[in-house]
Design a protein around this ligand. Structure first.
Ligand code: FAD
Ligand code: SIN
Length: 530
């Protein structure tokens, strides 16, 4: 018998929100595969969207979200999240998140692409770190929450893992690899919440942290959940271009506060501001449009990067609004108050994921999901800036509330089989695991990027299948390691992305293919069935 009632896999915004809510009544165990602050949450820069400005309305935030989402959002979900946003922000204020305020004490609101109002609450340009810190503090001091870092969940426990295997699909917790002991442990639970974040590291260049390998999506798929809209991988328009620092984001708020995208030296017209030629909203168009425009200019002119320039604003304003970015760039020899920043698009966010309803429920009894791992219907074909953290808070709480309200219907876990640890590690093969990691990220970048073709997608599919066979072989024969666990998941997720992209015979939001350049009349989700 375990000493916790509920297992949460993930210690970012979604996982910790769920944990703190559940801990009012239950004993909760939270697993993280590295440090507790190792997910994307701590890296978030711009902020969190909510209707707080006088004159702004829920309807306007809903309309902006659905416009960015290219008609594929589920309106019911958008309404649910937008209407709960001001309350979610108040809860964070209560946890002690030190949001920037105006002289009169009101929250300071910044602006980002696709938003028709100032709507983004923030803590300078390092909002995520402040949120992570406050949530971790609230969780650490709660006697009903235990947090175990450095535990890599491998697979969900289902009825086939019982001592007496059965054919059902109930989820009873997870197996996880303990990095300290090198052994796999069983974590049984009456309810399990996946809050494992996104799959950015499927791509060579990504703003996401090293651990964003889509583990939750792959685990849910293997357990029997439907996975939806995986073709919509979001590329952020402005990742720093630097040969040493490969994944440093330059927040969208730089454009929100007046930054311009320009052609660099080497282009026929250096200094030319190109975005107004692509969209009437110029630099503040939704991300898919801005990223595609930059990609177009880079390819058309054979450039390595374009420039993001905010040097026309007062140096004091720039330093005050973007202290983290200013310092980071200064350390790399770039003074953003006097010179432009070289930027390129990079993978940033996973819009698709484990299909959930408004209660965070997945297809499988006992299993919930919240945050970037999930597909709730909020983002549609392209996420609106700063709607992601918001989704984590709203769905983290919704999943917790549903578990709490239906607790009596969740049975005690049965006896679970221990993990088979008889297999051995072969050190030669570990090198191959590293090579395969690199290979998959390279061909996903080359063949399944911002602009796609059927031929390139088919090439990617062929390579994924070859790698899958190789990795299935290691997985079947060798002892698991964290790298092998992640590689297996990367391959699973890459296969889901490519399959979804091939099945969408139109261009919509983040999925743009030259073979089907038009948007179809009807908006239909891609739902993959295991
Ligand atoms: P995460 O915060 O990514 O946490 C995932 C957790 O799951 C981690 O604790 C990890 O250890 C754990 N985990 C994963 N796999 C396993 C496993 N196998 N076993 C055990 N544990 C596991 N969104 C906004 O709304 N506003 C912003 O300003 C913003 N800025 C961003 C800036 C950057 C650089 C990036 C990368 C993203 C940004 N986003 C922003 C997106 C947003 O940060 C994420 O979508 C959000 O934080 C995801 O939170 P999460 O709780 O779902 O997952
Ligand atoms: C950013 O600060 O540009 C990121 C915001 C987001 O991903 O929503």
């Amino acid at each position: 018998m375990s000493d916790h009632d509920i297992l949460i896999i993930g210690s970012g915004a979604a996982g910790l929100t769920a944990a703190i809510t559940l801990a009012e009544k239950f004993k909760v165990l939270v697993l993280a595969k590295g440090e507790l602050s190792g997910g994307s949450t701590a890296w978030a820069q711009g902020g969190i969207a909510a209707v707080l400005e006088p004159g702004d309305t829920f309807e306007s935030h809903i309309a902006d979200t659905m416009d960015a989402g290219a008609g594929l959002n589920r309106r019911e979900t958008v309404e649910f999240v937008v209407e709960n946003a001001p309350r979610a922000i108040q809860r964070l204020v209560d946890f002690g998140v030190p949001f920037n305020v105006e002289d009169d004490g009101d929250l300071h609101l910044t602006r980002e692409g696709g938003h028709s109002h100032r709507r983004i609450v923030h803590v300078d340009d390092a909002t995520g770190w402040a949120v992570q810190e406050a949530l971790e503090k609230a969780a650490e001091t709660n006697p009903n929450i235990t947090m175990l870092p450095h535990m890599v969940a491998i697979d969900l426990i289902t009825d086939r893992h019982r001592e007496e295997p059965q054919g059902g699909s109930h989820v009873w917790g997870a197996y996880a690899f303990n990095k300290a002991s090198g052994h796999v442990e069983v974590f049984p639970a009456r309810a399990t919440i996946l809050a494992t974040g996104g799959a950015g590291r499927t791509y060579l260049f990504s703003t996401a942290p090293r651990g964003a390998t889509g583990d939750g999506i792959a685990m849910a798929w293997r357990a029997g959940c439907r996975i939806s809209n995986m073709e919509f991988m979001q590329f952020h328009p402005t990742c720093l271009y630097n040969l040493e620092v490969k994944n440093f984001l330059i927040t969208e708020a730089v454009r929100g506060e007046g930054g311009h995208l320009k052609l660099p030296q080497g282009a026929p017209d250096p200094g030319y501001r190109f975005m107004p030629g692509f969209d009437r909203r110029a630099e503040l168009a939704p991300r898919d449009i801005v990223a595609r425009a930059i990609d177009h200019e880079i390819k058309r002119l054979g450039l390595d990067y374009v420039h993001l320039d905010i040097s026309h604003r007062e140096p004091e304003f720039v330093r005050e609004h973007f202290p983290t970015i200013y310092e980071k760039l200064l350390g790399l020899g770039i003074d953003m108050t006097t010179e432009p920043i070289p930027v390129v698009p990079a993978q940033h966010y996973t819009c698709g994921g484990v299909l959930i309803d408004l209660n965070g429920k997945t297809d499988l009894p006992g299993l919930y999901a919240a945050g970037e791992v999930s597909e709730s219907g909020l983002h549609g074909a392209n996420r609106l800036a700063s709607n992601s953290l918001l989704e984590c808070f709203v769905f983290g709480e919704a999943a917790a509330n549903h578990i709490s309200a239906h607790w009596d219907g969740l049975p005690e876990p049965p006896d679970i089989r221990a993990w088979d640890e008889s297999r051995v590690t072969d050190s030669d093969e570990e090198v191959v695991v590293h090579h395969n990691w690199r290979e998959i990220r390279r061909f996903m970048w080359d063949y399944v990027g911002i602009v796609r073709t059927t031929k390139r997608l088919e090439r990617a599919q062929h390579r994924v299948e070859l790698l899958r066979r190789e990795v299935d072989d290691y997985y079947g024969n060798f002892r698991v390691t964290p790298d092998l666990i992640e590689l297996r998941n990367l391959i699973e997720v890459a296969a889901l992305i490519v399959r979804s992209a091939l099945s969408r015979q139109e261009s919509r939001g983040l999925h743009y293919t030259t073979d089907y350049p038009e948007r179809a009349d009807e908006a239909v989700d891609t739902v993959l069935q295991p």
